[in-house]
Write a protein that binds this ligand. Sequence first.
Ligand SMILES: C[S@@+](CC[C@H](N)C(=O)[O-])C[C@H]1O[C@@H](n2cnc3c(N)ncnc32)[C@H](O)[C@@H]1O
Length: 361
Amino acid sequence: MSESDPAEFRPSSPKPFRRRVRYRGTHPRKFEEKYKELDPERDPETIAKVVASGKTPAGQHRPILVGEILRFLDPKPGERGADVTCGYGGHSEAILEALRPGGRLLALDVDAVQLPRTEARLRGLGYGEDSLVAKRSNYAGLANVLEQVGWNDGVDFVLADLGLSSMQIDDPARGFSYKHDGPLDMRMNPERGVSAKTWLAGCRVEKLARALAVGGDEPRAESLAGALVDAGARGMIETTGQLRRIIEGALPRHVDDEERKITVARVFQAIRIAVNEEFSALEAFLARLPSCLRAGGRVAILSFHSGEDRRVKQHFRSGLRDGTYRRIVQDVIRPHPAEIADNPRAAPAKLRWAIRAAEMT
Ligand SMILES: C[S@@+](CC[C@H](N)C(=O)[O-])C[C@H]1O[C@@H](n2cnc3c(N)ncnc32)[C@H](O)[C@@H]1O
């Protein structure tokens, strides 16, 4: 065993003893082998090194455009806000700090696996029930959750950071990524709905071709859908690795490696969007958003896909025209090149904001 193999480690804190993690080579490569990153409190130095190298530590998510979002939302002591896509809680943490003293944050996420971890992390930072209310919910149901918690007159601000968290992408067990082999699941909430494997097995060619075109802008939607439906019906797509190989095998020979990779990424994205019904959830959320905001309430939405950004832009523009919103962002806000260099996952992010009118017509 080489020097850099992890020694059997015994925590100084009274946490339960963990058996050492074994892996091949000098550095852990697989998600589940990265035991130091997965236990950040025990090894902050490793986390700092991973972040300095422009990567995201396993089991964490690096929040994007935090300064810009905070400057716009401007959470103040005593206010009430909602972070409807809490994820790892990076934005929530910054907001909670600004809400002190007396403010309250409703933190939602549809992910039944991650939300309890994030809630425990934020509680560990000292945010009790008096400042943080965490609920597992689809953001399409924000209005109902506000009623449940008795915030019937709405909130002063809402943040939505759409898409996937790094914890979801990086963990092969969640089945989102073509980069790691795992069960083909792709559900943001694995306790509800059907997995991507089941969804694909029951898909007709036309439905899948439409999903690939809408969610992936895939130019070969028809031919890829034919190949995938055929393989799915024969029970040949059970893992992310199998899905990747079938997509690659269905492409014409002249397609180069780069285009192959981009096509795989587009198809994975489109299937994920369809399995989680992401566009219909966003539309339902936007339709009820103004009624969730108090007069003058602020909303910031971070999107990562042209289909998401288009829906947000159209909603804000029509809301400005009909008097629902008093002001909206003029031009979309993108991360600074320095943020992208530091965290390449920030590259596709687009931020839009709006301020609700005092009276809605
Ligand atoms: C980009 S991450 C958010 C990261 C977060 N801002 C942070 O600082 O860690 C997106 C999160 O939105 C959640 N999500 C996606 N669609 C959702 C929906 N319809 N309702 C609620 N949460 C959703 C995902 O489960 C994921 O945790």
